[in-house]
Design a protein around this ligand. Structure first.
Ligand code: PMP
Length: 308
């Protein structure tokens, strides 16, 4: 994995050198997880870098802020311009983009409202999230002993920093157990998602994925993959799924900005299908990477070129 580094970070409206993007140790977010964030990718295309689903990611960022009662002092259009400006300033051919809105120093009472809201945009080059070669080989995963929060415990539609403690529990337990990633069940025992990915299961030619009510983040890649499947005439179903559906699946895969489309080759040491990425997973990967690389037509308008 490349070192996380670039020249500039956009911090409250201006580009500052990477080393100077600092916060005080009393920042509220550091103590109580009072932040919301996004993860976006810019892909290398023949026309230069292009940001994937920029509008959709910023819409989710604003939704997260609204749910968490944080006022962002920028319009989505201004923030979109700032994203493009940061990628340009850092000279990336392709990169990961991390917008973060957080409560800074002001008070250490739990009520965050006395603390100022800061906005940063961090960009850096990031390869395959779950390891080298996983897009071809797939990953070995385990169902976690940690569950996703009940619907009235957290706000899973929002990408809130503090909620990622649950994801950290999951991924650390999985890695300690020799797996690459974990899959959580929701509070009722139905399949939910990975620590940082949405989950898909393929059976008898149908693509299944848990619904939003299964405590999942409304993934942007999830939405794109559902669209691509429909484009290809593959039936899709958003419905509650049982854990054992993974054991008898023909194929399974994760989606996410960082993980892209990562095949799952085993769950709890039980091979998924024959233990190799299946034809529907590969077909969706082909379509997804075809569009993100600029090889296929961007028929849904998902790419925003960084250089006008
Ligand atoms: N679920 C969780 C918990 C995540 O952190 C992510 C990554 N943002 C996803 C799903 C996938 O969402 P997206 O496709 O929008 O990156």
């Amino acid at each position: 994995m490349a070192t996380m580094r670039s020249n500039y970070i956009w911090f409250d409206g201006r580009l500052v050198p990477w080393e100077e993007a600092q916060v005080h140790v009393t920042a509220h977010a550091l103590h109580y997880g009072s932040s919301v964030f996004e993860g976006i990718r810019a892909y290398a295309t023949p026309r230069g870098p292009a940001v994937f689903c920029l509008r959709e990611h910023l819409a989710r960022l604003y939704a997260s802020c609204k749910i968490f009662r944080m006022d962002l002092p920028y319009s989505p259009e201004d923030l979109a311009k700032a994203v493009l400006e940061t990628v340009r300033a850092n000279g990336h051919a392709a990169c990961y983009i991390r917008p973060l809105v957080f409560r800074g120093a002001g008070s250490l009472g739990v009520d965050p409202r006395a603390c100022p809201v800061h906005t940063v945009l961090i960009t850096f080059e990031w390869g395959s999230y779950l390891g080298e070669g996983v897009l071809e080989k797939g990953v070995d995963v385990a169902v976690s002993s940690w569950r996703r929060a009940a619907p009235d415990t957290a706000a899973t539609m929002a990408k809130i920093g503090g909620q990622y403690v649950n994801s950290q529990f999951m991924v650390v337990e999985a890695r300690e157990g020799g797996f690459t990633e974990a899959i959580a069940l929701d509070a009722y025992g139905y399949l939910s998602e990975g620590s940082g990915e949405n989950l898909f299961v393929v059976k008898d030619g149908v693509v299944y994925t848990p619904p939003l009510a299964a405590a999942i983040l409304p993934g942007i890649t999830r939405r794109c993959v559902l669209q691509l499947a429909r484009d290809l005439g593959i039936p899709v179903q958003e419905q509650p799924l049982l854990r054992e559906a993974l054991y008898v699946a023909d194929e399974a895969f994760f989606t996410g900005t960082a993980a892209e489309i990562t095949p799952i080759r085993s769950v709890d040491r039980i091979p998924v299908g024959d233990g190799r990425p299946g034809p529907i997973t590969k077909r969706l990967q082909e379509e997804f990477f075809g569009i993100t690389s600029g090889r296929l037509e961007d028929r849904h308008g998902w790419l925003t070129p960084v250089n006008p």
